[in-house]
Design a binder for this molecule. Structure first.
Ligand SMILES: [Zn+2]
Length: 466
């Protein structure tokens, strides 16, 4: 009892001495972590008592459904975000016009016709052309890789080439979805099929963007499921004649207007300096775009609302943005850069969340070493929720255009174990997300954005060569 009293008394004395020292210490000598520890704790505590992020994402994605560029659903969602941001009391709420490509999937199907009849669940790839009206019925030639196709190109002529490439990483395996049609056409194929880009499948096809090349004939391209791709491969290996009928009516219409949607907390001292953060408001035309990327927009939006609710008004402006057309054009990110060219140097940082809003781990960063050191300090304030890991080499496709002009960029890192299970499928819906994990994302985004927007000195920049 006595010992305890004595030690707590001396601890209190030591704390008083420390406080006195801190009080006389110049602000510049105080670390960023010490300066913002109390604010960060308040933000985290408040975020974790709040499940409005999950509820708002559920409402948005279920009210409007998926949001492909050029659809009324996307523009209605943007109108709704603008109305809600105004209700929330955000400032400078607006949509900035951007012209976007319009790709229409239309009716489509794939059937195995030999060695037996079976429907093959499929999704045409975004940007693909249609088949002729009667469809394409042809033998299938299955390969595991581009190099296998190159070495056996003679066998691909006149056939439907199927790339049955096992998932390694998204960045690597997505090449078959993106460039498969060009490679197959170079070998004389009449259509390209790809195994869906995912590490795990419940016989669900995954769509996504693909590209043509002006040097080679355009052929239709679609994804089939992992299970069916592997089965067709095994049928071929057993010497069976594998024949498929592919029917697609996909087409591209003239560009249409869309908008980057945004709202702000205007900075108290340096309103012209901006921390911009968010995700993309468009999605593919399947599922409901909950994790790709409605969640990215909503966690940044809720982060701003949380700061507002706590009365934390930063020195600089925090702008939350839902970029449009990330999925099949990237016009939102480019349009943002073009609309803000004059004040790019006043963008102190850009943060993108486009990897799902699962349990956050931290951020990956591209910028100067001096800035990296500051962000690592901020990361220590997120360690209590295990979201403080700051690593090098981050960004995202929507902020890439302004990062190319020298704006330091951060990407939110989350537990990515399950993201690609649902990515670009009918299964991208809200139930796969957890309200607590989303609240952790809100806390992580809010702490980072607030501190960088409020620090006395702007985040140091790397010298840029333009
Ligand atoms: Zn995305």
């Amino acid at each position: 009892m006595t010992m305890q009293f004595r030690s707590s008394a001396s601890a209190a004395l030591a704390a008083a001495v420390l406080l006195a020292v801190a009080a006389v210490q110049p602000l510049s000598a105080q670390s960023i972590a010490d300066r913002y520890r109390a604010d960060a704790n308040r933000i985290i505590d408040a975020a974790l008592k709040d499940s409005t992020a999950w509820n708002r994402l559920a409402e948005m994605t279920e009210k409007f459904g998926n949001r492909l560029s050029g659809t009324p659903a996307l523009e209605q969602t943007i109108d709704w975000v603008i109305a809600k941001m105004k209700e929330d009391g955000l400032q400078n709420v607006r949509g900035e016009r951007v012209m976007v490509p319009v790709w229409v999937r239309g009716a489509e199907s794939a059937q195995l016709v030999s060695p037996r009849a079976q429907n093959l669940p499929m999704l045409g790839l975004g940007g693909s052309i249609a088949t002729p009206p009667g469809g394409i019925t042809a033998d299938v030639f299955v390969v595991s890789s581009f190099s296998e196709l190159t070495s056996k190109a003679a066998q691909a002529a006149g056939k439907i080439v199927l790339f049955d490439a096992p998932f390694t990483s998204y960045g690597e395996t997505v090449q078959y979805r993106a460039r498969g049609a060009v490679a197959a056409a170079q070998a004389g194929a009449v259509a390209a099929l790809v195994r869906s880009v995912t590490p795990f499948s419940m016989r669900t096809p995954h769509t996504g963007g693909m590209f043509y090349d002006s040097t080679v004939r355009r052929i239709p391209a679609a994804a089939i499921t992992v299970e069916d791709a592997q089965m067709l491969h095994r049928l071929q290996d057993r010497g069976e004649r594998v024949r498929v009928k592919l029917m697609m009516t996909a087409h591209t219409l003239p560009d249409a207007p869309s908008r980057n949607v945004m709202g702000e907390i205007v900075g108290a001292e340096k309103p012209g300096e901006v921390v911009v953060f968010g995700g993309h408001i468009d999605s593919w035309d399947v599922g409901r775009g909950a994790m790709d990327d409605g969640g990215g927009v909503v966690v940044a939006w809720e982060a701003v609302k949380l700061l507002q609710r706590l009365g934390l008004k930063p020195r600089r402006t925090i702008r939350v943005v839902g970029w449009t057309n990330e999925e099949n054009g990237g016009r939102g990110g480019q349009g943002y850069r073009d609309a803000h060219k004059a004040d790019i140097d006043k963008h102190v940082m850009a943060i993108e969340s486009d990897g799902g809003v699962f349990k956050p781990q931290g951020f990956s960063f591209t910028g100067s070493d001096a800035a990296f050191d500051v962000l690592k300090q901020i990361g220590t304030l997120l360690d209590r929720i295990e979201a403080g890991a700051i690593v090098k080499g981050g960004g995202g496709s929507d902020i890439a255009p302004i990062m190319a002009l020298g704006v330091p960029g951060l990407g939110l890192n989350v537990d990515g174990t399950k993201y690609f299970w649902y990515h670009h499928t009918e299964a991208d819906t809200i139930e796969k997300l957890d309200a607590h994990e989303m609240a952790l994302c809100v806390a992580t985004m809010a702490v980072m954005a607030y501190i960088v927007a409020d620090m006395p000195d702007p985040l140091p920049r790397a010298p840029v060569t333009r």
